[in-house]
Design a protein. Structure first.
Length: 300
């Protein structure tokens, strides 16, 4: 799939692809500018309001400005996160059609903007059970990919915490979805540290971390892992509750993030924080990014 060599050093001594989720409230291009301001070389953003079905019209001017800003800032990769309303496993036909439509629009919009990855929560089975839910998700994805043949972004299924009837909280489920996707070159996985921990995968110690990553490799295959969300967890192991916490200040702890940052198998994969923003008037993005960068110190 033509991944670029990422061994070139970026920024001060930092090597690797690190960023955060930034807001588009002041314009699409502003998310890119903000990422640069925080010393990031990758970022994640929404391309629309994630809590609404409304589809925005993006004007050619906005596309130009966005692409120009990306080129000027030297930002390497951008991921977009899909609307929270999308459920590709929806039982109701109308809701599933609406979800597929929203995903198609997201893929096209991201494609026009030159965005590399579109992150998706796989879906909720709504009481119909795992097997049926997985089948419905894969069928929906196949349909969406067929109808967006020219779109360039990779669609990434995100690991989930396992709340309610959500699917994607085990590596087996994600592997099952992947197996049923016809065009696997257009999809991949986004691993969220907070979500897998809440789902029951222990990553707190180097031994547990390596077991979990080995497990991912055995079940899904690390070659399919294209994006990582680094978030600490406000809830304990196996809680199935998705609450992000500042890096090193939650139940996961700093040691785990050191493992993620130093793991040579993951060094080429963009890593994005989605930790809480302003709290007590502190600039938490800056603190969390600095914390992660500092974990690499002493590495060759
Ligand atoms: Zn995430």
């Amino acid at each position: 799939m033509g991944k670029k060599n990422t061994s070139r050093s970026v920024g001060k001594q930092f090597r690797g692809l690190l960023g955060a989720h930034f807001s588009i409230a002041k314009g699409l291009h502003n998310a890119v500018l903000e990422a640069k301001l925080f010393g990031c070389n990758v970022l994640q953003m929404f391309t629309k309001n994630p809590n609404s079905w409304k589809e925005p019209t993006i004007l050619p001017d906005q596309v130009d400005r966005f692409k120009r800003t990306k080129a000027q800032t030297g930002i390497r990769e951008i991921a977009s996160h899909t609307s929270y309303l999308i459920n590709l496993a929806a039982v109701e036909k109308k809701k599933r059609a609406k979800s597929c439509q929203a995903l198609k629009r997201e893929l096209f919009r991201s494609s026009i903007l030159g965005i590399s990855y579109v992150v998706l929560h796989p879906g909720f089975h709504m009481g119909k059970g795992e097997r049926e839910g997985i089948h419905r998700i894969a069928t929906s994805i196949n349909e969406v990919l067929y109808e967006t043949a020219g779109a360039t972004p990779r669609l990434l299924l995100e690991t989930t915490a396992g709340q309610g009837s959500v699917l994607g909280n085990t590596f087996d489920q994600l592997a099952s979805i992947m197996e049923q996707i016809e065009n696997r070159d257009r999809v991949g996985i986004c691993l969220d540290s907070c979500h897998i921990f809440a789902a029951g995968y222990d990553i707190r110690t180097p031994i547990c971390y390596h077991q979990t990553i080995d497990d991912f490799d055995a079940v899904i295959g690390l070659r399919h892992l294209l994006l990582i969300h680094l978030n600490d967890s406000n809830k304990d192991l196996g809680s199935r509750v998705d609450r992000h916490e500042h890096i090193g200040r939650g139940f996961i702890g700093l040691k785990s993030f050191e493992c993620f940052m130093k793991d040579p198998r993951l060094s080429h994969i963009p890593k994005i924080i989605e930790t809480p923003k302003e709290r007590n008037r502190k600039n938490w993005d800056s603190i969390n990014l600095q914390q992660l960068r500092s974990l690499l110190k002493g590495l060759g």
